[in-house]
Design a protein around this ligand. Structure first.
Ligand code: HEM
Length: 508
């Protein structure tokens, strides 16, 4: 009898709480005027579940269209914004808004200690301090210093494609899973420019040490859990027993291993600091020990290099896969690109000085690929600072609310890009209307984030992607085995695509 009364009281109590919560939400919540999915008003679990399904990019775009609103409520305290004019406000360079708690999920836990990095820290002061010594290494001029290392990897790739997959014209017996090889290339380039040595993916034709697979598992965890970050304390950051795939750990441990080994080799003089005359990023960072003796030790060097390891491979390969896929699906664009490259008769691997500004159609294809398929496609959350945010239409978002823009949403804004936003159409970038071009560029460039937290590796990605495709499409035809075939796609913060069987045929 006592037990029955106890349970009944608990049920009544819970019922009352639910009624109070719903009433408060409908009558008093400062965000009640913003449209969005009904369940999103009450719990972040809803968007975590939607994110786990792998298409949160197109889902956000759909919600903005469905609710016909530039501000959609996607969580009890979170608003997704679609107005490209607000990019510079939310992602400012000066007085930058802080990143939300979603990023903490990306901390790596080693021996019970949480380790943040430049990408995920919420502390803008710490970010600026740690970024200062290395920022200058990431301009296009400085990145070009490692062009020779990119060429090394590119030659390895073309040698392998020649040996294993390149068909003679008229033959189509060899099939290449292009998604794997572009992944191997993007990851091996990152290793070569970072450490002066490849992971060995291209050479060994496999995911050595499970680096790619472990990184992917970490991101499949980060995507949904970042939408409801307190759950991370019960899973990966659980002090009793860690549950889940240990995000980013394999990459970090790899960076520790290579840095230690390199230091030993230098100490034993087995190897000079500057093999082949090219300074890779480990070399550059080690030299900072002289300039910043109080700050730079091996842990700091690993902390910097793990950014290359964790952010350099999957992002870039997402764009590369999208480019070969969309081109294979769009024969007119394909023909224009190969015609342009045939007349350019580039020396190969294509040098930057011969492609920069000299192959406009390739540039249009790359811009269109990044627009239609940003490699990172979730809301990049920031916290509204004191004073709140008044939207251009007069609606007010109070301080403390999480807001953000998903690059997938702004990249499909018809006012900026035209009515055919869902089509892959590189022609839109070939225009003499300078104002329109500038607006399109500013909006699509948000694929690399913005303000004080803009992507550090964007020039490296640009260089790598331009060189790769100028080279590949000069050498080969790359077509889907079946032009009607659809790839598989999963957005987990980074975008992952697979199942891309393709025929490679020698052209030159
Ligand atoms: C096409 C390829 C790439 C894309 C689409 C991309 C995209 C992005 C985006 C959207 C952000 C901002 C994230 C945020 O605000 O939450 C970002 C940040 C960052 N990216 Fe990239 N990225 C790419 C390649 C790279 C490469 C190659 C590297 C390193 C070698 C890199 C390193 C970083 C780092 C360190 C940050 C954090 C910057 C900071 O907070 O100061 N990225 N990236």
């Amino acid at each position: 009898m006592t037990t029955y009364i106890g349970i009944s009281n608990i049920t009544w109590g819970l019922g009352l709480l639910v009624i109070i919560r719903i009433t408060w939400e409908l009558l008093f919540s400062p965000l009640r005027a913003f449209p969005g999915p009904f369940l999103a008003r009450f719990t972040d679990l809803w968007r975590a579940i939607v994110t786990a399904q792998g298409r949160i990019d197109s889902t956000h775009t759909l919600w903005h269209r469905k609710y016909n609103s530039s501000a959609v409520r996607i969580g009890p305290n979170t608003i997704s914004i679609s107005d490209p004019n607000l990019i510079k406000t939310i992602y400012a360079t000066k007085d930058a808004w802080t990143k939300s708690h979603m990023y903490r999920v990306n901390d790596v836990l080693i021996k019970g200690q949480r380790i943040s990095n430049i990408f995920n820290t919420q502390d803008n002061v710490w970010h600026d301090k740690v970024m200062k010594p290395i920022r200058g290494f990431w301009t296009m001029t400085k990145v070009l210093e490692v062009e020779g290392l990119i060429d090394e990897t590119l030659s390895k790739l073309t040698e392998k494609l020649d040996a294993k997959f390149a068909n003679e014209p008229g033959d189509s017996s060899k099939v290449c899973m292009m998604n794997d090889w572009l992944g191997y290339f993007a990851w091996d380039v990152t290793a070569n420019i970072s450490f002066g040595q490849h992971y060995g993916f291209i050479e060994q034709e496999r995911d050595v040490d499970n680096l790619i697979v472990d990184s992917t598992k970490g991101l499949y965890y980060f995507g949904p859990i970042s939408q409801i970050p307190w759950v991370d304390y019960l899973l990966d950051k659980n002090p009793l027993v860690r549950i889940g795939p240990k995000p980013t750990l394999t990459g970090v441990m790899y960076a520790f291993k290579v840095v230690a080994q390199y230091q030993r080799e230098i100490a034993q003089k087995d190897r000079t600091e500057n093999p082949g005359g090219v300074h890779h990023y480990l070399d550059k960072y080690i030299k900072l020990k002289d300039t910043y003796p109080d700050m730079v030790d091996d842990n700091q060097i690993v902390n910097w290099l793990m950014l290359n390891v964790l952010a350099g491979g999957d992002t870039t390969s997402a764009i590369m896969r999208a480019l070969v896929y969309h081109l294979a699906k769009t024969p007119t664009a394909y023909k224009k690109l190969t015609d342009e490259l045939d007349s350019a008769q580039l020396s190969l691997p294509a040098p930057w000085r011969d492609i920069n500004g000299k192959v406009p159609y390739l540039e249009a294809v790359i811009r269109e690929t990044i627009r239609i398929n940003p490699g990172l496609a979730m809301v990049l959350e920031r916290v509204v600072p004191e004073g709140g945010l008044t939207l251009p239409d007069g609606r007010f978002i109070p301080a403390g609310t999480k807001v953000g823009i998903n690059p997938h949403v702004t990249s499909r804004d018809p006012e900026v890009f035209g009515a055919d936003v869902d089509e892959f159409n590189p022609e839109r970038w070939i225009t003499k209307d300078d104002a329109r071009l500038r607006k399109m560029r500013d909006t699509a460039d948000f694929a690399f984030g913005g303000g004080n937290r803009v992507c550090m590796g964007r020039y490296l990605a640009q260089l790598e992607i331009c060189k790769l495709f100028a080279t590949l499409y000069s050498l080969y035809d790359i077509k889907l085995v079946d032009p009607e075939h659809e790839w598989k796609y999963h957005n987990a913060w980074f975008v992952y695509q697979w199942d891309m069987p393709m025929i490679i045929t020698r052209r030159r």
